[in-house]
Design a protein around this ligand. Structure first.
Ligand code: DAT
Length: 174
């Protein structure tokens, strides 16, 4: 069964604005916000808690099993700081959010991240790790990079993704 609505991944370094974008988009276009963080916690798709990094150690096979039925229906917005674990056939668009490092520092500091995690995430953003991961894992045409430093940028991003979804639905209508 072909999907009636596209599946989108919103990815990027923690603090870049994934959850905020996904929540607004879910409301605006009626898509399902699939917060991987939440699924990992709720469905116990993990191998325990990493105390140093203050995060779950994700069991990727369990995670994929847990979301497969939802994703196959279409209309999901997947919110996660990694993207190369998702099968290519599931995904129609990969949005990589980016932010300037001073802003990211402030956002992560406000979250009381441990120093090691804060520094590692800043490096990840500066080195464009998630952008590279997305380009390596998916076809170039479906990967887009959007800035998420200001709220004006967020509004523009949301409008752009909404327009893309409308076009996708037209192109894929029977
Ligand atoms: P993530 O889900 O990527 O970890 P988030 O959506 O929780 O990030 O955002 C982290 C914080 O930054 C949150 O307080 C909202 C704010 N924020 C994110 N993107 C923004 C933007 N483009 N403009 C202004 N604030 C933004």
């Amino acid at each position: 069964m072909p999907r009636q609505s596209p599946n989108i991944i919103i990815t990027g370094t923690p603090g870049v604005g994934k959850t905020t974008h996904c929540e607004i988009l879910a409301e605006k276009i009626g898509a399902r916000h699939l917060s991987v963080n939440q699924v990992v916690k709720d469905k116990e798709c993990h191998e325990g808690w990493d105390d140093e990094y203050q995060s779950w150690i994700v069991d990727e096979d369990k995670l994929l099993d847990a979301i497969e039925d939802d994703v196959k229906e279409g209309g999901c917005i997947i919110d996660w700081h990694a993207c190369d674990l998702f099968p290519k056939s599931w995904i129609d668009l990969v949005v990589v959010l980016r932010v300037d490092s001073t802003t990211l520092y402030d956002r992560l500091k406000a979250r009381n991240y441990p120093e090691i995690k804060l520094q590692e995430n800043l490096d990840t953003e500066i080195m464009e790790v998630l952008l590279q991961e997305a380009r390596d894992a998916f076809d170039e045409e479906i990967v887009i990079e959007l800035q998420s430093t200001t709220s004006e940028e967020m509004d523009t991003n949301v409008d752009r993704i909404e327009a893309w979804v409308t076009q996708w639905k037209k192109d894929n209508a029977e």
